[in-house]
Ligand binder design. Structure first.
Ligand SMILES: Nc1ncnc2c1ncn2[C@@H]1O[C@H](COP(=O)(O)OP(=O)(O)OP(=O)(O)O)[C@@H](O)[C@H]1O
Length: 306
């Protein structure tokens, strides 16, 4: 992975700052103009909304009329069987895919396609299913890379070492060290990322997303491949991060036990349809969900059970 397509751009931009729209193409501006920022109370409490999202690949329907409303500061899990549309949903939220129909409402702005190159400036950070660290760089440098978007000094200024570039560099390292300490990674910050055990590398990815100070954190299977202990630690860190920093969290996770413990609400997808959207306790006793997913998972020794 190169720095150029590095996706953990970050932002401290205000949700309603006019500069959000800076640099958008005229088509994007038109789309945004058709959906001017919403300012009523209910919308301010909504961290993210999906409206009637439809997406297909050839004849395969990935998402069929999915609506979702996620409050600011909420931890929302998306679960469902393989192929249910979970990754497609995250990719729509992060602008990788443009839905055929429907909109994503982020920071009170309605998008036909979220401008993925502007994600950081929209306050969105994400992690990926597969590890995407710079394995030959130190843990600290990996995390500092998550602040690339905050740099205002010019390339030349960074080479010469202007006061602004030096201050930005110091701020980035200070912030990265704080986040590493927060995630109990301070002791490994000088290690090469690729030499860490898998579970710790996943935590470094979380650190790199958090250092961006996102308002919306998208986590695509943050505990995949972890031991039960590592999963439980990771869940605690995700919750602690939400409690400390107050961001909205959307995560895909197959381990239903962890999801039940961690989430405020859970949305369940099945063949691209949202078949439930409720609290963990309600999901646990929803017959449709049990039939489509939980019954299968509880019989699957890898699935975590319920
Ligand atoms: N790029 C693509 N090209 C073609 N089909 C795709 C593509 N991405 C997803 N699909 C199809 O869309 C449907 C939803 O896939 P998606 O990856 O979103 O499901 P998922 O719930 O994330 O599955 P998993 O749990 O296995 O990761 C599946 O039928 C899948 O085969």
């Amino acid at each position: 992975m190169s720095m150029a397509n590095y996706a953990f751009e970050v932002s401290q931009t205000s949700a309603y700052a006019p500069e959000i729209l800076e640099g958008l193409s005229s088509a994007e501006r038109r789309d945004d103009a058709a959906s001017a920022p919403v300012r009523d109370e209910s919308d301010l409490s909504t961290g993210l909304a999906l409206e009637d999202i439809n997406l297909s690949f050839g004849g395969v329907v990935a998402l069929a009329g999915v609506d979702l409303s996620i409050k600011a500061g909420e931890i929302r899990a998306i679960i469902g069987p393989n192929g249910a549309g979970k990754s497609s949903l995250i990719n729509v939220i992060s602008g990788v895919y443009r839905p055929e129909r429907g909109h994503v409402v982020l920071n009170g702005v309605r998008y036909a396609q979220v401008p993925t190159q502007k994600l950081a400036h929209l306050g969105v950070a994400r992690t990926f299913q597969n590890l995407a660290l710079f394995k030959g760089l130190s843990v600290l440098d990996n995390v500092v890379a998550g602040r690339a978007h905050t740099v205002r000094s010019s390339f030349a200024g960074q080479i010469v070492g202007t006061p602004l570039s030096r201050r930005e560099r110091r701020d980035s390292y200070d912030r990265a060290i704080q986040i590493l300490d927060f995630l109990h990674l301070g002791g490994v910050r000088d290690r090469l990322a690729g030499t860490l055990p898998y579970g710790l590398q996943k935590r470094v990815e979380l650190a790199r997303a958090l250092v961006a100070e996102p308002r919306l954190l998208l986590l695509d299977e943050p505990m995949a491949g972890m031991t039960a202990t590592e999963k439980s630690e990771m869940a605690s860190f995700i919750r602690a991060a939400r409690d400390r920093f107050g961001m909205t969290v959307v995560l895909i996770e197959h381990d239903v036990g962890v999801v039940m413990e961690l989430s405020d609400r859970i949305a369940v997808l099945d063949y691209g349809l949202k078949i439930a959207d409720a609290t963990p306790a309600e999901i646990r006793s929803d017959q449709r969900v049990i039939d489509a997913y939980l019954g299968v998972v509880s019989e699957n020794e890898d699935g975590g059970g319920i």
